[in-house]
Design a protein around this ligand. Structure first.
Ligand SMILES: Nc1ncnc2c1ncn2[C@@H]1O[C@H](COP(=O)(O)OP(=O)(O)OP(=O)(O)O)[C@@H](O)[C@H]1O
Length: 623
């Protein structure tokens, strides 16, 4: 009612208007996109997540700036034309004064989530649309953007309102956290399990301990009307603690949720404190050097040696690294999760460099690659003559080899059940008993495990021991897929510099950069690295152009209208599984069952290929 009244009285609009939606020029669109900066990159990740929830239901996900101009869109590939015809496309202006009552425009005016369903639209020409929109505010509480889900469904989608609201909050929180790299961030909630979730409160404090910003949930939980009421207050006026205590918490227990007291309303909260970037660097610089005289791992962004730097500014990876630094030398088992090729192995090695074990062995066991019958001896070793075919000298197992250093258990989800119990015993008792021996050997190892699988699901299915799962996940770190990362540009530039065999400077055409940034990358960094290698080999000048992209690359992505998330695991879906199996069988046939060649063509590791073959029950036909 309010919006319709505005349309009639304030904007003087005619419901029968047939003019069509106004659109800005491509140059202006680009300018507006760059004005939004990091928020656009952060939003793209969230929009892809949202797309997963509404895929194939005929919806488009849209992001607009505060002037109602659509800056980015992710939609069902089949629907693109239909959606475009209705003016839901980048560059289109959807203010209420131009387009009458509509999700985006009305949300901008009302500054709260709205659903505008079909003939609630003011213009008859928009009455086939149903739109749910939610505002995104900047840390100063000003309207920053609008997130919208629109489609032509006849059903009012209550759930899309909830989804879009949650998505907007997620973007707001992420943007808040990345907006204050030089501040102490206190992340809190009245319930410890809600710290670091969507509903957490976040306050940013400067080096003098003065509050510079608060997110809406933080403002609300602390009982203030507006974040401005908190800005300028000292730490001690908000929580009964001091700046020194925050510094101490940030250096000692970033990953630990600790109680905080709020004196005004006498309430208890739980909090973690995230330190400024410089603070973390000075902490690691202050750490003693290892006994061999080898320097501790340098800052990852600056690193340029043999070891690949795991991140180039992506907020999730920055946080992952900060967490890992905190737990270095504390003997906490680390569990790394994430899709294949996201760099779990690289991160494990990097973690090894953080602490005083860096000059000790880093030993990898890939549980997927070793035949089940050999894992036992590979891991635990055996005494001379322990079994038929055993070598005369016996063999030291990988656990004992890693003594003093790090044992990296890659693809831990593939560890056979009967060996899980033995591994658990090793981890609990810090002793290993080689096959055929009765004398345990004491070992001191840092365990890092990795998997692309959902271990919780494996536990629920009885395929993975619950006790081992909890033993391995002292600290769980999830690596983002390449699609989700906000530092793709710098990652690509670094990989090009690193993979270029000639060492001369190579530039990347902006057109190529955009294609690479928006690709689905099911094989993640591994696949990206392989593509860049082949482009570098094919190049005829010091520039990488579109002509060097591998044949078929441009046609590969089925998501013409945006960056659509690709799901790697579809085990639960029989039809897809069969199709995947048939496709894989054919590729293996074409490559005479050469695993290395096939893996390279698919852009995955040999381990992943073996795992897939096992999962899809693919074997080389005999004869
Ligand atoms: N940060 C990085 N910089 C450069 N190269 C990287 C980086 N991360 C990963 N890579 C490359 O991608 C490849 C895959 O990385 P890695 O083996 O660590 O991934 P993974 O997640 O352990 O994969 P899988 O689950 O298949 O074992 C590596 O060989 C490495 O060359």
């Amino acid at each position: 009612m309010r919006s319709w009244a505005r349309c009639l009285d304030d904007y003087g609009l005619d419901p029968a208007n047939q003019r069509g939606v106004d659109t800005i020029t491509p140059a202006e669109l680009e300018e507006r996109q760059s004005r939004l900066g990091d928020l656009l990159e952060i939003s793209k990740v969230e929009m892809n997540n949202l797309y997963q929830q509404v895929a194939s239901t005929g919806y488009a996900i849209l992001l607009t700036d505060p002037e109602g101009v659509i800056l980015h869109q992710v939609s069902d590939p089949n629907l693109t034309q239909e959606v475009k015809e209705r003016g839901l496309r980048p560059g289109a202006i959807w203010t209420e004064s131009a387009e009458g009552t509509n999700g985006i425009g009305t949300c901008l005016v009302e500054k709260k989530p709205v659903v505008i369903h079909r003939d609630e639209h003011f213009f008859a020409r928009n009455s086939e649309l149903t739109c749910s929109a939610a505002p995104i505010f900047n840390p100063q509480g000003e309207l920053w953007a609008v997130l919208d889900i629109s489609g032509c469904s006849k059903l009012a989608q209550q759930h899309s309102r909830v989804l879009v609201h949650m998505g907007a909050q997620m973007i707001e929180n992420r943007a808040f956290l990345t907006s204050f790299p030089n501040h102490f961030l206190v992340r809190f909630h009245s319930r410890p399990e809600f710290v670091s979730t969507l509903g957490e409160g976040v306050l940013a404090f400067d080096e003098q301990g003065l509050c510079v910003a608060a997110n809406p949930s933080g403002t609300f939980q602390l009982g203030y009307e507006s974040s401005n009421d908190l800005v300028g207050k000292k730490v001690g006026e908000i929580f009964n603690t001091s700046l020194e205590d925050l510094v101490d918490r940030a250096s000692r227990s970033f990953f630990q949720v600790l109680p905080l007291h709020e004196p005004l309303h006498n309430r208890r909260f739980f909090a973690v404190v995230q330190a400024p970037e410089g603070f973390l660097k000075s902490q690691s610089a202050a750490r003693p050097k290892s006994t061999s005289g080898k320097a501790v791992a340098p800052d990852p962004v600056e690193e340029d040696g043999d070891l690949a730097a795991p991140e180039f500014g992506d907020p999730q990876m920055v946080r992952n690294l900060a967490l890992l630094r905190k737990v270095a030398d504390r003997g906490i088992p680390i569990l790394l999760g994430g899709e294949t090729g996201t760099g779990k192995g690289v991160l494990a090695e990097y973690f090894h460099q953080f602490g005083k074990r860096s000059d000790q062995p880093f030993v990898t066991v890939c549980c997927a690659a070793i035949p089940e019958t050999l894992i036992e001896s590979e891991l635990f070793g055996y005494k001379p003559g322990a079994f038929t075919g055993a070598s005369k000298e016996g063999r030291q197992g990988k656990v004992a080899q890693a003594n003093g250093g790090t044992l990296f258990l890659d693809e831990i989800g593939d560890m056979p059940l009967n060996l899980q119990v033995r591994l658990l015993r090793v981890l609990e008792e810090r002793e290993v008993v080689p096959l055929g021996s009765e004398r345990p050997i004491t070992v001191d190892i840092q365990v890092v495990s990795a998997t692309h699988q959902n271990l919780e699901e494996l536990v629920a299915q009885g395929q993975f021991r619950e006790d081992l799962y909890y033993r391995l996940k002292g600290l769980e770190i999830r690596l983002p897929s390449l699609r989700e990362r906000c530092d793709k540009r710098r990652l690509i530039q670094r990989l090009v510099a690193k993979e270029n065999p000639d060492g001369d400077p190579v530039e990347i055409d902006e057109e190529v950069m955009e294609v690479l940034k928006n690709h689905r990358w099911p094989g993640n960094i591994r696949q990206l690295r392989n593509v860049l290698r082949s482009m570098l080999a094919l190049r005829e000048s010091s520039r990488l152009t579109i002509d060097e992209l591998p044949p078929g690359f441009l046609e590969e992505s089925p998501a013409p209208s945006g960056d659509v998330e690709y799901t790697n695991e579809d085990d639960h879906c029989g039809v897809l599984k069969r199709a995947e199996g048939e496709a894989l069988f054919q590729i293996l046939e074409e490559n005479q069952w050469n695993i290395s060649v096939t893996a390279q063509k698919l852009g995955c590791s040999r381990n992943t290929l073996y795992r897939k073959m096992r999962r899809l029950d693919i074997r080389r036909p005999s004869g």
